[in-house]
Structure formats: C-alpha cells, structure tokens
Design a protein. Structure first.
Length: 352
C-alpha cells in the first residue's frame, strides 16, 4: 500500500512534468493520452496529457469557484474528494488521503475511481469512491455519501481500476488488503452499472488473484486489465512498495471472471539499473494498436520519499526519492498459437 507525498515538486499548470507521479493510470481519447496519479505536487488528482507518450504536460489552471478560487494556478482535477473520508490534522488544503486513482470513459462520461482514507489507526483503513466529469481533464465531482466498496477486513479496499470491455460493459477490479499471517491480499472484479458509477444490480464480486508466489511477499495490488490481440490480461504489482523487491507481474485470464493464470515464478518487470521498485502498472493500447504499459519507479538509489517536505518547486529536491512515470511498449512474443495452458512472456521494448 503506497502513500501520497504532498511535498513533491509543484505540479505547475501547462508545464512539462517529470517528477513524482505515483500509481499512474493512462487512457487514450482519440490521439491524446491522459495520465492520472496519486496526490502529488499540491493536487489531490494530478492529470497530465501527451500526444507522443514522451512529453507530459500538467493540466491547465482553472477557476474552481469559491472557496478555492483565490489560487490562479489551481489545477487539481479533484478539488473536493469524498466528504466521508477523514481529515488529518495537517496544515494546508490536502487534509484527506487520496490514493491510486484510475480513470475510464463510460459512454460519454469520464469516471475516476480512487481509494480514500476513512480511518486512521493500526492499520489505516481505506474505502473506494468514484467521481465523474464531462472531460478527461476534470474537474471530477464526487457527490457520494458512502463508499462504492469497502471490504470488511481491517484495512479495507484499495487500488480500484475500472475496465470497459469491448462491448461497452464496465467492470471494476480492486484489491482487498487482507491481514498478514491470516488473510492474503486479493484481487476482485465486479460488473458496474451502465453509467460506471456503482455496481450493477444483481452482480457479484469474483476473486481473480491472491498472493501465491514467493516474489510477491505479503502484498499483491494495483490491478489493471486490458484486452489485446484477442486475449485478456491482468497486470499487478506486489511486495513492499518502499523496497527494491517491489515489482510487476501479470496473468492471462480465460474470461472476465477468471480463471487467471500468473506468468511464471518471477516478476515481469523488476528493479533494474536506475529504476528501482517498479509498480502501479497501467496497460493501454496506443494509436498504432500497440500494447503500452505505464508504471512508476523509484529513481535510484532511493526507495522512499525525502525525510523533509521542502520540495515544492520543480527544481528543488529533484535528486531525492520520487516515484516517476515511465511508459514502455510491450509485445507478445508468439509465433504460433500456444498449447492450451501455456503462457509465454512479454518482451519489453522502450517506447519510441
């Protein structure tokens, strides 16, 4: 379970941003890509756009109306998270904890699902909410009075990711935190209603994955689904997020309700050179039909945030610990249809 770092370099409107951008998700609308992340640089929900997957521009400023309209640089795409989330006794506007947002276009509406802190304790407890907008840039509005889902285990539910299937039906995948030593962390899926704003009446959640492999440690999280080449894949990250053991895995699913078979005994993307602890995988299909994977990584040699928060400007603390965005093109190495049950690895290729 990763945490937001509000002291990251300022998410300055209309400027290229290359600093902390954890738990990314990416959607494509036409020829433009939109990226979303956990709270960073003064925004509950930072949103960037790109047309080439290399240069990412922070969302423009806008007037959110009172009482936030005194800031001429305001560009937070989620100005008011769910009211039922708890407020921390900290200075400034960002009193709630918003984690791991993921967006989708459902019909003509854009939805963002996210986890929000609902209880401070040991452990902290998170639940999942949803906000909507008419634009991929937001602002997103959350008028909910209760969570969409909040699993009964002590730490609750995190890492929601909406997935819209080829027929337009939306689903939600997410993680239940579990209890170390007694209940494993698990990945679930459930069909959403036609608007993508809550679960479909009569639908039931189905478990897709749980911690089973040695490299995963006690945690499996950040699920994200994609269809490509006639196959259905479920990406995830696992292990301790503030370590070099954190890594990315994936499974191939026979259907939306499983079964899902994990790829091999080792992670798909692990720590390498100057990119440590990769996680938060977000698969998507680019304009050329290629499968791309967005994820974050720690800039070596760090695997944690700075011990002090004086990093508000883009040129300050840029060599300190941050989780940065990377996008890689991935292709499936297969020359002939494999025997049933055989799952071959992806070959990673740097995005052009």
């Amino acid at each position: 379970m990763a945490f937001a770092y509000s002291g990251a370099p300022w998410f300055e409107p209309r400027r290229p941003y290359t600093q902390s951008f954890p738990d990314p998700s990416v959607i494509r609308i036409g020829s433009t890509y939109y990226a979303y992340a956990t709270t960073t640089g003064g925004a509950y929900l930072p949103v960037m756009s790109s047309t080439d997957l290399r240069t990412w521009i922070a969302r423009p400023a806008y007037n959110p109306g009172p009482p936030l309209n005194s800031d001429p640089y305001f560009n937070d795409a989620l100005p008011y998270p769910a009211r039922w989330g708890v407020d921390r006794p900290v200075p400034g506007r960002l009193k709630k904890v918003v984690n791991a947002p993921d967006a989708a276009k459902v019909g003509s509406t854009y939805v963002v699902y996210y986890a929000i802190l609902t209880q401070v304790g040991n452990p902290d407890r998170y639940c999942i909410s949803v906000a909507i907008s008419s634009s991929p840039l937001g602002p997103f509005v959350d008028n909910s009075t209760e969570p969409v889902v909040c699993d009964p285990n002590p730490a609750g539910s995190l890492d929601p990711a909406p997935f819209v299937d080829d027929d337009g039906t939306p689903y939600l995948v997410w993680k239940s935190e579990g209890v170390v030593g007694s209940t494993p962390t698990r990945i679930w899926i459930r069909q959403l209603n036609a608007h993508g704003t809550n679960f479909a009446p009569g639908s039931q959640k189905v478990q897709l994955l749980e911690t089973t492999l040695p490299w995963e440690g006690n945690v499996i999280e950040n699920p994200a689904m994609v269809r490509h080449g006639g196959r259905l894949y479920l990406f995830y990250s696992a292990n301790e997020w503030r370590s070099t053991d954190y890594a990315i895995g994936y499974a191939e699913c026979a259907s939306l309700v499983g079964p899902c078979i994990k790829f091999g005994p080792e992670p798909f993307i692990a720590s390498h050179d100057n990119r440590l602890g990769p996680g938060g995988p977000a698969p998507f299909v680019d304009t050329a039909g290629r499968l791309q994977l967005a994820f974050h990584y720690w800039n070596a040699p760090y695997t944690d945030y700075p011990a002090y928060p004086d990093c508000e400007r883009n040129n300050t603390c840029t060599t300190q610990g941050q989780r940065r965005l990377r996008v890689e093109a991935i292709t499936l190495a297969r020359t002939a249809p494999p025997p049933r049950g055989l799952y071959l690895p992806f070959i990673r290729k740097d995005a052009p």
